[in-house]
Design a binder for this molecule. Structure first.
Ligand SMILES: [Zn+2]
Length: 303
């Protein structure tokens, strides 16, 4: 199984006391190397301008790539640009593109992108919520425009709603988006009645949501919706900030809950998508929990 990462993703400096910090990725990489010595590590290439422009407005590319800050520069109250951020953003988006290429060309069946900054809050024209480019949206468009796929499913189990991903695809029936998220919570979107063109499936769940409630939402509502879509490729916005130790949210999930959902996704991908899954790291802000959850997720994906 391919795992994509790049040193630039560690050099993206968000300043002191920022939750989305380099230590997150460093911890994930060490944990994956220790737990799974047989992973096939790949250098993430930089996404091209053309790949980014399938999703983003040229003004966002300019803001991220041409600002060239010499110190910390805020794009929004949470979202920081620093001297190495442009390269990190290009590599994080490029990881998803390369992983899609590898999976759709048959070089590997599944891939995990251990990257930062995360992506699912970034909209067509705005960086927000720690996200510069929408990595998973760029990956989905690579599958559609680069490989001619007609049905790509994006499953988002980050505790925050993937508002950017939803906005990018809510009028695009080639993409199905399914999400559980804590509500109310940042970014305050993701109500059940946000259904796009019949391709958006949101299950907001309250603070205190535990494993049984989370699993029921996926088993009874979201997995059947994705199943009915018959995706040719499954993409995963893998955020682990629903863990009970996470400081940014109020859910009570355990690594075993993420492993369970990953297993369900593998089974679904086997039925419809030739087993093909590309998973991209999104949130997760308690280092111990994040490492444990990533190892559990990859443990199931690699089978
Ligand atoms: Zn999150």
């Amino acid at each position: 199984m391919h795992v994509y990462t790049h040193a630039a993703c560690l050099a993206h400096d968000t300043g002191p006391d920022h939750a989305e910090r380099p230590a997150r990725l460093r911890t994930v990489l060490h944990a994956l190397e220790a737990a799974h010595p047989d992973l096939d590590w790949q250098q993430a290439p930089a996404a091209t301008r053309g790949q980014l422009l399938r999703v983003h407005d040229p003004r966002l590319l300019e803001a991220v790539l041409e600002t060239q800050p010499t110190a910390l520069h805020l794009l929004d109250p949470d979202t920081v640009l620093s001297p190495h951020s442009a390269e990190a953003a290009l590599r994080a988006a490029g990881a998803g593109v390369a992983a899609v290429d590898a999976v759709l060309s048959g070089r590997t069946r599944r891939a995990f992108c251990a990257v930062r900054p995360p992506g699912h809050h970034a909209t067509v024209s705005a960086a927000m919520g720690f996200c510069l480019f929408n990595n998973i949206a760029v990956a989905a468009r690579q599958a559609i425009d680069g490989h001619g796929l007609e049905r790509v499913a994006i499953v988002d189990f980050d505790v925050h709603h993937g508002n950017g991903t939803q906005a990018i695809f809510e009028r695009d029936a080639r993409v199905c988006f399914a999400s559980t998220h804590q509500w109310p919570l940042y970014p305050e979107s993701g109500a059940r009645n946000e259904t796009g063109c019949g391709n958006i499936f949101n299950v907001p769940l309250p603070k205190g949501t535990d494993g049984p409630v989370f699993r029921t939402a996926w088993r009874d509502e979201l997995l059947p919706a994705v199943e009915a879509f018959r995706p040719q490729l499954l993409l995963v916005s893998a955020g682990f900030d629903g863990h009970r130790l996470d400081p940014l949210a109020g859910w009570l999930l355990e690594a075993a809950d993420y492993a369970w959902l990953t297993g369900e996704l593998v089974a679904l991908a086997e039925r419809h998508a030739g087993g093909r899954i590309v998973s991209l790291l999104e949130g997760g802000y308690d280092l111990t929990a994040l490492a444990e959850c990533c190892v559990a997720h990859v443990d199931v994906l690699r089978m």
